[in-house]
Design a protein around this ligand. Structure first.
Ligand code: PLP
Length: 518
């Protein structure tokens, strides 16, 4: 049974949708599609272009303007011809400066479209209702972890209060309930990323464990002396270290796709790096420091044309852009529940049909076997063969609830909201004297990295905390990425569905205060 739950955003009734769709069509669907493409390329989402008609888009809800009223009248962010800093900015600079009239219309649509009621959404998150150091908490550390809505907390509590049991064994009522709920959560993950079956989904502790699982199963089976593995310079350490260890163990090489100074991968280099000895390409979908959305469709296409399988690290994409593993053709896709409003300590690995039962188990124990004698073990089919021992039942169920929550709001709506908030933040931040943004990738999610002249990065983090603002200040477990752009550390605010313009304003005011006090 797929559960629905009541939350105040389930107001997207047919009337609102129809009104929005009519309004959007007035604004010219081709332009809207071009706008969406400009923000997130289809290839980065793994969506074939011909499937992207307007009707298929989730439209934002809560728009009050009736369909009969004229189109947007608000001023697009930054749609002036001079920038407050006096900088000369390139045409497509993310601030709307120098954008041709036709494109301004698209930006206007974004202004209008961002009506996701984040103030209301915030109320679903109890942790956000507190004061920190005398200020209302502003949580801008979403890249590190997201907060949990009541729907998730209640679901976990319900499990422990009412049907805690081990699963897949024990013929009693609570075991059956727990098993059903656990498997239902697996199905929800499959649906969320469009896996062909829940059998393709393996529960793990998170992205790190998922990548280690693939490295230690696939890697040990298929990577040998003289082979190579390709990662990227933009990757999190979780996608570098496991492969580095396997490469060292097997006598293989580890290569990295380089990045340019904007924080975009130089994909032409991938063609050069791939050799007949390349066994796997493993890359992040979205970089956690500059927010770069990598063109994973192109990466997969290049790798597959050389018969090389691809792992996508979805830790930073799962909560921000739609993911369709089948359209992408990914061999492996890994993500963590805690990055998408789910519990800590739970995540998933998608393994494509091709590899599912070819890979040997990586841990032995109960649950993953069919038959055991002292001499020999016959393993279960996937996914059970990869889930030795008692699993994290409660948090798997909690992750299912998180995906329900996100699906009710709509990943497209979240993407639109965060995009707009990020552009607003960049526009405001760049006006602070002595503040320097790091990275300017072509397509990005809701991550901003910067540093301040003469104030060490960790100190900025501490001073912001005094104002009740939580950001990450450090190397973000992505040292090669930062170093590629000439930095060791950055201050990194990251935005989520519950963040508002007011949150951005508080950040900007606090930073101005810090700068002025020095
Ligand atoms: C891109 C990326 N990959 C992997 C990870 C590791 O995720 P986890 O610590 O949940 O295993 C992170 C965490 O920040 C990340 O941003």
């Amino acid at each position: 049974m797929i559960e629905t739950f009541n939350n105040p955003y389930s107001v997207q009734d047919a009337q609102v949708f129809d009104a929005l769709r009519r309004l959007a069509q007035e604004l010219c669907p081709e332009e809207l599609q071009a706008e969406r493409q400009a923000v997130v390329p289809d290839s980065a989402l793994g969506l074939p272009t011909d499937e992207l008609n307007l009707d298929a888009l989730e439209l934002p809800f809560g728009v009050e303007r009736p369909a009969s009223e004229p189109a947007a009248t608000s001023t697009p962010v930054g749609a002036t011809q001079s920038h407050p800093t006096g900088q000369t900015l390139p045409t497509d600079n993310g601030f709307g400066i120098g954008i041709p009239e036709t494109q301004k219309l698209r930006q206007l649509h974004y202004e209008e479209a961002d009506t996701l009621d984040s103030d209301q959404i915030k109320k679903d998150f109890p942790v956000l209702q507190q004061k920190v150091n005398g200020h209302d908490l502003v949580w801008l550390d979403n890249g590190a972890t997201t907060q949990k809505p009541n729907a998730v907390i209640d679901k976990i509590s319900d499990y422990y209060r009412n049907y805690n049991s081990n699963i897949h064994r024990g013929a009693h009522t609570l075991a059956a309930r727990a098993t059903d709920a656990y498997e239902e959560a697996r199905q929800k993950i499959a649906n969320f990323i469009n896996a062909p079956s829940s059998d393709n989904i393996v529960f793990v502790r998170g992205t790190t464990e998922g990548i280690n699982l693939v490295a230690q199963t696939f890697g040990r089976q298929y990577v040998g002396a003289g082979d190579n593995v390709i990662v990227s310079e933009l990757d999190h350490h979780a996608n570098i270290v496991p492969w580095q260890r396997i490469a060292q163990e097997r006598g293989a090489d580890l290569f990295a796709i380089p990045t340019d100074k904007n924080g975009d991968l130089i994909l032409s280099e991938l063609e050069r790096l791939i050799t007949p000895r390349t066994r796997v390409v493993s890359v992040g979908h979205v970089n956690n420091t500059f927010g770069t959305i990598n063109d994973v469709q192109r990466i997969i296409d290049i790798a597959h044309s050389h018969h090389v399988p691809v792992l996508i690290d979805g830790a930073q994409s799962i909560a921000h852009t739609p993911v369709d593993v089948q359209a992408l053709g990914a061999d492996f896709f890994v993500f963590s529940g805690h990055k998408i409003y789910g519990p800590n300590g739970i995540g998933a690995v998608y393994i494509s049909q091709e590899w599912l039962n070819k890979l040997q188990p990586w841990q032995g124990g109960g649950n993953m076997i069919k038959d055991v004698t002292i001499e020999h073990t016959e393993y279960n089919q996937a996914p059970a063969r990869f889930e030795a021992g008692t699993p994290n039942v409660a948090d798997a169920i909690g992750l299912g609830a998180a995906l329900d929550y996100v699906s009710r709001i709509g990943i497209r709506n979240i993407e639109h909201h965060e995009h707009q908030l990020t552009e607003y933040a960049r526009e405001q931040l760049v006006q602070i004297p002595g503040l320097h943004l790091i990275g300017n990738p072509k397509h990005r999610v809701s991550v901003v990295s910067f540093y301040l002249d003469n104030i060490p990065v960790p100190e900025v983090g501490t001073l912001l905390d005094k104002e009740g603002i939580a950001v990450r200040a450090g190397h973000h477990c992505a040292q090669p990425a930062l170093r590629a752009l000439g930095h060791e550390m950055s201050v990194r605010p990251t935005f989520a569905l519950y963040n508002t313009r007011e949150d951005v304003d508080k950040l900007v005011i606090a930073l101005r205060k810090i700068v002025n006090s020095k």
